[in-house]
Design a protein around this ligand. Structure first.
Ligand SMILES: CC(=O)SCCNC(=O)CCNC(=O)[C@H](O)C(C)(C)COP(=O)(O)OP(=O)(O)OC[C@H]1O[C@@H](n2cnc3c(N)ncnc32)[C@H](O)[C@@H]1OP(=O)(O)O
Ligand SMILES: O=C([O-])CC(=O)C(=O)O
Ligand SMILES: [Mg+2]
Length: 275
């Protein structure tokens, strides 16, 4: 039921899961359902992703064959421990694209980092393939690997920073962990505020009620938008006068401030203004 209705919630990307949300007995049935769902016209205009099983399992390659042929936009590789995991995936994707006549390079990849090995290798992973559009931290498997548990976020601090730096270095997106208590809006928003300020581009979500909350928290405030408009106007004025640095109400406006203002305006265009 979720496969055929999920589009109504308008997430930025809809991700179908074939990995840990699917029991071992249902793997083949789930793959067939996702293969058909991806070809439904309603998903034609949306970005689609599928989390396949790791290629080291008996399911991974079958998943990949099905979803690349069905035209998925992004393949999410779970439990990515090394850059070789991504390169092995990329080689298979290229073979399947050639086999089925899909444009080579059109299938994008996202790597989920879920272990100490993945975090230590984050830079190598993030730079392992031109197809990678982002890396995501997956908190539940990660804390298990680290012999700890989810708490106030301090247990994820190093991993968040490592994943974020690797993504910025590779010039791709960074996505934060799933927040599992779908009834705890306050806890969710506290975590979102932290990861937004750290610099994450977004977050993996598991429930439609989390979508608007996340979009709203990432949208700039009216105050930020107004200030950014004034910054851009002052910068354009300065440029006409041939000035490298201009001042706005006594504050220095230079290139990083102007670039930040443009980012704020782009976010407002994408998500509106925070309510
Ligand atoms: C650690 C990991 O690997 S996380 C990644 C894998 N796990 C997942 O993706 C989990 C997906 N999410 C879910 O299964 C559920 O949202 C749960 C179990 C977290 C919460 O379930 P509930 O409390 O029943 O959700 P809720 O009451 O909000 O559901 C409301 C409606 O939204 C739908 N819905 C809930 N989650 C989703 C979802 N992820 N995608 C699409 N539709 C959804 C429900 O089917 C329900 O529809 P209905 O009103 O037509 O019956
Ligand atoms: O990939 C994700 O976002 C969720 C996940 O598997 C984890 O936290 O272990
Ligand atoms: Mg996991």
């Amino acid at each position: 039921a979720m496969l055929s209705t999920a589009f109504v919630f308008k997430p930025d990307t809809i991700m179908f899961d074939l990995e840990d949300a699917v029991s071992l007995r249902e793997k083949d049935a789930a793959r067939m359902l996702v293969f058909h769902a991806l070809q439904m016209p309603v998903y034609g205009d949306m970005e689609t992703a599928v989390r396949i099983n790791p290629l080291s399992t008996p399911f991974g390659l079958k998943d990949l064959e099905a979803v690349v042929r069905a035209g998925v936009d992004v393949v999410r590789l779970p439990k990515t421990d090394t850059a070789d995991d991504v390169r092995a995936l990329e080689a298979e994707v290229e073979r399947i694209e050639r086999d089925c006549g899909r444009e080579v390079g059109s299938t994008k990849l996202m790597a989920a980092i879920e272990s100490a090995s993945g975090v230590v290798n984050a830079v190598a992973i993030a730079t392992s393939s031109k197809r990678l559009v982002g890396i995501a931290l997956a908190g539940f498997d990660y804390v298990m690997d680290m012999q700890t548990e989810r708490g106030d976020g301090s247990e994820l601090f190093y991993a968040r920073c490592a994943v974020l730096h690797a993504a910025r270095f590779a010039k791709i997106d960074a996505f934060d962990v799933v927040f599992s208590d779908v009834n705890d809006d306050a806890g969710f928003l506290k975590e979102v505020d932290l990861i937004r300020r750290l610099g994450f581009n977004g977050k993996s979500l598991i429930n439609p009620r989390q979508i608007d909350l996340l979009h709203n928290a990432f949208a700039p405030t009216q105050e930020e938008v107004d200030y950014s408009r004034r910054v851009v106007a002052a910068a354009e004025q300065g440029e006409k006068q041939g000035l490298g640095v201009v001042s706005l109400n006594g504050k220095m406006i230079d290139a990083p401030v102007i670039e930040h203002a443009r980012v704020v305006l782009r976010r407002a265009e994408a998500s509106g203004v925070r309510q």
